[in-house]
Design a binder for this molecule. Structure first.
Ligand code: ING
Ligand code: ZN
Length: 312
C-alpha cells in the first residue's frame, strides 16, 4: 500500500502504541520496511528495530539510530518515529533520499529501554524514571542500571556511580543489562558495514562526539567536529534553535560506558549523541506542542550528517 495511515506524530505515545505503529510501518511499506528482533529486555520484551531501505543485490552500508535508551526522555522515541515517517514520505519524490535508500539501510530502534519506558508511563511518580528495571547487585534494594554507563567502553572509569540507587549507576558489570548486550552484539557483528551511529537523548540541545573519557581522542576528532558543527547549522536554519557541539568533557562533564563511545571504539567512524530540546525550562517533560518543531530541526541535523557520510 502507498498511503500513510493516520498516526498522531504531535503526541507522545505508549509502548503499545509505538509497537502497533511499528507493525503499521511494516504492513504499509512492505517494499521498504521490515522489522528485526535483536534481543530481549530484562522483563522479556522483544527489542525490535525497523530496517528501512530499498532492496539491493549488493550488501548495503548501514546507519544506526536508537532512541529511548533513557526512559524519561520521551521526545527521543517521538524523534525516531518522525524520522521514519519523513524518509518514507519523501523518498519517492526526493531523489537524494531515494538514492540514500538505494545505497544504505537505516536500522532504527524507536525504544531501546522498553521496560523503563513502560514504567515511565505508569503514573505521576514514575514519569522521571531513567534506568532499566533490573535489580542491581547483591543486597541493593533499588532497581535499574543506567544503560548509557553499561557499555564496554572504559566501563566504570568516570562519570558513573557504584551506588545502585543512583541514576548513573553503571551496573554490576559491563554489559550486565541485556539491552546493552543486544546493541553490542548487533554493532559488533556489523561494525564494518556501519557508516554512522546515532543515539538520541534529551535534553540540552547538544551534539556530543566521542569520547566521554577526557584522556582519549577519536582519530577523526577534527572531522567529527566539523560534521557536528554543520549539523548544528542545519538545525539552526529550521527554527533558530541553538545546539552546542563537542565531546562530553568539553561541553558538560566526562562519562564512560556510553554506547556512542563503544561504537567509535570498535571502529564505526561516525558516532554522535543528540541531546534534543530544551535547555531545562521543561527538561524531560517537553510539552507536546514542541514535538513537531524539535523533530523537524533535529531531522535536518541528522540528515546533514547522513548526507556527508553517504557522499563521502
Ligand atoms: N545525557 C547523556 C548521559 O548519558 C551525556 C549524555 C553524558 C551528556 C555526559 C553529558 C555528559 O548522561 C542524558 N541526557 O542522558
Ligand atoms: Zn539520556
Amino acid at each position: 500500500g502507498q498511503m500513510q495511515r493516520a498516526y498522531d506524530y504531535t503526541k507522545y505515545h505508549t509502548m503499545d502504541e509505538i509497537l502497533a505503529w511499528m507493525k503499521m510501518m511494516v504492513t504499509d511499506h512492505p517494499d521498504v520496511v521490515s522489522s528485526l528482533v535483536y534481543g530481549s529486555t530484562y522483563e522479556n520484551r522483544s527489542i525490535t528495530l525497523l530496517k528501512v531501505g530499498l532492496k539491493s543485490a549488493e550488501p548495503k552500508k548501514m546507519i544506526w539510530m536508537d532512541c529511548g535508551i533513557h526512559a524519561r526522555e520521551w521526545i527521543a522515541p517521538a524523534f525516531c518515529q518522525h524520522f521514519v515517517k519523513e524518509i518514507l514520505g519523501s523518498y519517492k519524490t526526493d531523489p537524494k533520499i531515494s538514492e540514500m535508500l538505494k545505497n544504505v539501510d537505516f536500522y532504527i530502534t524507536p525504544v531501546l529501554n522498553m521496560d523503563g519506558y513502560v514504567y515511565s508511563w505508569k503514573d505521576n511518580t514514575t514519569r522521571l524514571w531513567r534506568k532499566t528495571r533490573s535489580p542491581g547487585s547483591g543486597n541493593c534494594t533499588c532497581l535499574g542500571t543506567d544503560l548509557n554507563r553499561n557499555f564496554y567502553a572504559n566501563w566504570g572509569m568516570v562519570g558513573i556511580s557504584r551506588d545502585c540507587c543512583s541514576d548513573i549507576y553503571n551496573g554490576p558489570s559491563a554489559l550486565s543489562e541485556p539491552e546493552a548486550q543486544a546493541v553490542t552484539d548487533f554493532l559488533s557483528t556489523n561494525r564494518d558495514m556501519i557508516l554512522c551511529f546515532f543515539t538520541i537523548h534529551s535534553y540540552g540541545q547538544l551534539i556530543l562526539l566521542p569520547y566521554g573519557h577526557p584522556n582519549i581522542t577519536a582519530p577523526n576528532q577534527e572531522e567529527l567536529m566539523q560534521v557536528g558543527l554543520a549539523a548544528a547549522e542545519a538545525i539552526k536554519a529550521v527554527h533558530g534553535t541553538d545546539y552546542t557541539v563537542g565531546t562530553p568533557p568539553k561541553v558538560l562533564y566526562p562519562n564512560s560506558g556510553s554506547s556512542r563511545d563503544f561504537a567509535r571504539l570498535i571502529g564505526i567512524p561516525f558516532s554522535f549523541t543528540f541531546e534534543l530540546r530544551d535547555k531545562g525550562e521543561h527538561g524531560f517533560e517537553l510539552p507536546q506542542d514542541q514535538i513537531q518543531p524539535t523533530c523537524e530541526e533535529a531531522y535536518q541535523g541528522a540528515m546533514s550528517i547522513i548526507t556527508y557520510v553517504h557522499d563521502k
